[in-house]
Design a protein around this ligand. Structure first.
Ligand code: HXC
Ligand code: NAP
Length: 272
């Protein structure tokens, strides 16, 4: 899909956790369509690689290392980015941590670390960026996950964190909407080639099964999630606020639990 060239010309975007995977795909699309972009994550080497990658579009790019769990660090990065690029029009909060662990084996610190990164980290990013938002017209996009509404074995910590991200999205949409700040979230489905899928579907067989179980019979791409972020960043979404938008091929509708195989077996038994 192609958006209008220069869709985001003159806009400034800040992408927390924007140095790999889905968030980097979003940062890349924002830069491609004309926004100046700043990314932030913990690993300075990833920050350098991502900024070099984003700079190929020819726009202004900045990158700073920082941990979203450290509010002071987030404030410093937001300050540096605002000094360098100007007030933010677009803020994406996508830093996250995930591993499979059943709750009865998970340490309190293991539970806490995911809530700290995903939920409290998102609050830190939005709270620190609030004063730097150009309004009216600013767009905040939180990156949620299917775990926010669906329960999965070994994902209690992630579900707790991402459900919080969804409600933070809705709460701030209500609080900040009148200032011309829209706050929305995207729920990606399984996105191929990402750290998240590597961690939750660690073998080719499991990944293939995930694709087959999706109503569209495939996993998604980072570019497909980025297209939703482009829409939410643009004037086309000027009255979209507090929405949790699924970009998952319809998986939330029960793709993994559909009765296609049962139906096919019944048809085969009937000789159909
Ligand atoms: C059980 C674990 C664990 C594991 C860590 N812990 N990994 N417990 N099983 N596999 C526990 C540790 O024992 C420790 O508790 C606590 O968690 C903190 O661990 P640290 O390694 O000190 O944490 P830290 O270095 O801060 O790293 C955070 C992290 C790490 C979340 C643990 O994996 C990370 O940095 N992840 C970022 C990248 C990532 O996860 N990307 C995927 C996002 S995908 P104790 O008690 O021992 O101190 C996603 C949704 C995907 O979010 C959806 C797909 C459909
Ligand atoms: P990823 O590549 O691991 O992306 C996570 C990013 O966040 C990285 O840039 C990472 O860089 C950064 N990060 C992690 N912890 C951080 C911290 N404490 N402070 C600052 N930055 C931090 O994973 P992904 O799979 O693409 O996931 C990206 C987002 O999409 C996440 O919000 C995830 O929950 C969501 N999601 C993913 C999928 C999927 O299929 N992959 C599905 C649904 C939702 P550093 O290591 O340098 O910090």
């Amino acid at each position: 899909m192609t958006f209008v060239q220069g869709l985001l010309k003159g806009k400034v975007a800040f992408v927390a956790g924007g140095t790999s995977g889905i968030n980097l795909a979003i940062a890349d699309a924002l830069a491609q369509y004309g926004a100046s972009v700043c990314v932030m994550s913990r690993d300075p080497a990833k920050v350098d690689t991502a900024t070099a990658h984003l700079a190929r579009h020819g726009g202004e790019v900045r990158g700073y290392p920082g941990d979203v769990r450290d509010f002071g660090a987030v404030e410093r990065v937001v300050g540096s980015a605002t000094d360098a690029l100007g007030a933010f029009d677009i803020v994406v909060s996508g830093a996250a941590g995930n591993f499979i662990c059943p709750a009865n084996k998970l340490s309190p610190n293991g539970f806490r670390v995911v809530v700290d990164i995903d939920l409290i980290g998102t609050f830190h990013v939005l709270r620190a960026a609030y004063g730097s938002l150009r309004r009216p017209g600013a767009s905040i996009i939180n990156i949620s996950a299917p775990q926010s509404t669906e329960a999965f074995w070994g994902q209690a910590h992630v579900s707790a964190a991402k459900a919080g991200v969804d409600m933070l999205t809705r709460s701030l949409a209500v609080e900040w909407g009148h200032e011309g700040i829209r706050v929305n979230a995207i729920v990606p489905g399984p996105i191929e080639g990402t750290e998240g899928v590597e961690r939750l579907a660690p073998t080719p067989e499991i990944r293939e099964a995930w694709g087959k179980a999706n109503p569209m019979r495939r996993t998604g791409t980072g570019a497909e999630v980025a297209n939703v972020a482009l829409f939410l960043s643009s004037e086309a979404a000027s009255y979209v606020n507090g929405a949790i938008i699924y970009c998952d091929g319809g998986q939330v509708l029960g793709g993994a639990r559909d009765y296609r195989e049962s139906w096919e077996a019944l048809q085969a038994a009937k000789g159909g």
